[in-house]
Ligand binder design. Structure first.
Ligand code: WQD
Length: 334
């Protein structure tokens, strides 16, 4: 039974990937400094999965912490989630982002090499495509960064592309992950006012925030608001399982989009969330947000061809699962 180390495994996508890997029969170790994850996430994962959760508390910027993880566990593969991911924050703190996202990756790769493990799945992002009219976007689209965050994702991909053939690398370019686990016991749990659309709407639905600002309704889209490729976080987690299986079974490296291929506008999401929570979501049209593009949707066929990956959950599923999580509809039947 292969054992997988998840750096940042207590985070939003990491914790959902943890459960998907356990369901798929893997052993899993969470490596996290809990800078962006609640301390009780492992306990909740244990409630859901039933088995003891293995955690190594540490920082990807600390090589000693990483070496300790490889000394304590025979690691067969790594999923590297641990990174900073707020586009706006990266503009204010570019050096922090390069230090953590690029320096952290280099540390992980060095610890892997020393630990005799050369399989890595890398958490990348559709942001590597920049602002493009080519929609839906194929993986061979040129990469260009529009923020320091995007730069760090392109740099990470390019570092991984330099590795020799005895490495097996899965690069997964996420579109817009949203939603929560079917148990409603884990989900997106932002510390302060969310930058992203769905967690913001969720706080309007719970009454924590008064109304949503819709950043622009004058884009060249069906209803004038921004269109994105939202993907359920459980589908996204399944993409990681399939990527690891391919690396372990064939050693074949790959770079794929993880999206549905379907675009939804901001107002589509507002309506879907209103249906999920049974109440209209209050909103007002506001000026465009700097850096936003009109449309961002994935060409999903390469992930299907190379990994057998297909997103199955709908926007309604995403909103229902998010609402169940934020409204505390904890389901002990899993
Ligand atoms: C979605 C749509 C906004 C908030 C970002 C990062 C990307 C990735 C996912 C890390 C857009 C609109 C949003 C609000 C709004 N993160 N919106 N009011 O910008 O597509 O992607 O998160 O990998 O790298 O760039 O996601 O959820 O912020 O925005 O109208 O309060 O919702 O204009 O059209 P985005 P988002």
């Amino acid at each position: 039974m292969a054992k997988i180390l998840l750096t940042g495994g207590a985070g939003y996508i990491g914790s959902h990937t943890y459960l998907a890997l356990i369901d798929a029969g893997f052993e899993v170790v969470i490596f996290d400094n809990f800078s962006n994850a609640k301390p009780d996430v492992p306990a909740r994962l244990q409630d859901i999965a039933g088995d003891r959760v293995h955690v190594v508390e540490g920082d990807v910027l600390n090589r000693t912490d990483l070496d300790a993880a490889f000394a304590a566990h025979q690691i067969d593969g790594v999923v590297h989630f641990a990174a900073k991911k707020a586009v706006g924050e990266s503009v204010e703190k570019p050096l922090d982002y390069m230090h953590t996202n690029v320096g952290g990756l280099l540390n992980v790769l060095a610890a892997m090499e020393a630990g005799g493990c050369r399989r890595i799945v890398f958490s990348s992002s559709a942001t590597v495509y920049g602002d493009t009219d080519v929609q839906p976007i194929p993986e061979d689209h040129p990469r260009t960064y529009t923020s320091p965050y995007a730069f760090t994702k392109i740099a990470g991909e390019q570092i991984l592309e330099q590795l020799t053939d005895d490495w097996a690398v899965g690069i997964l370019r996420y579109f817009n992950p949203v939603g929560a686990h079917r148990s409603a016991m884990i989900g997106e749990d932002p510390e302060d006012i969310p930058n992203n659309l769905v967690p913001y709407i969720a706080k309007v639905a719970t009454g924590d925030l008064a109304k949503l600002s819709v950043f622009g309704d004058d884009y060249d889209t069906p209803d004038g608001t921004g269109v994105r490729d939202y993907i359920h976080v459980e589908d996204l987690a399944n993409g990681h399982v399939l990527s690891l299986k391919r690396l372990i079974d064939t050693g074949e490296s790959h770079t794929v989009n993880l999206g549905t291929g379907e675009g939804s506008s901001v107002l589509d999401v507002v309506r879907a969330y209103g249906a999920a929570c049974g109440d209209d979501i209050a909103y007002a049209i506001a000026p465009r947000r700097d850096g936003d593009v009109a449309v961002l949707t994935a060409r999903p066929d390469k992930a299907k061809a190379e990994l057998g990956f297909e997103a199955t959950r709908t926007l309604a599923d995403m909103c229902r699962s998010s609402w169940a999580w934020v409204s505390g509809q904890r389901r002990n039947d899993k």
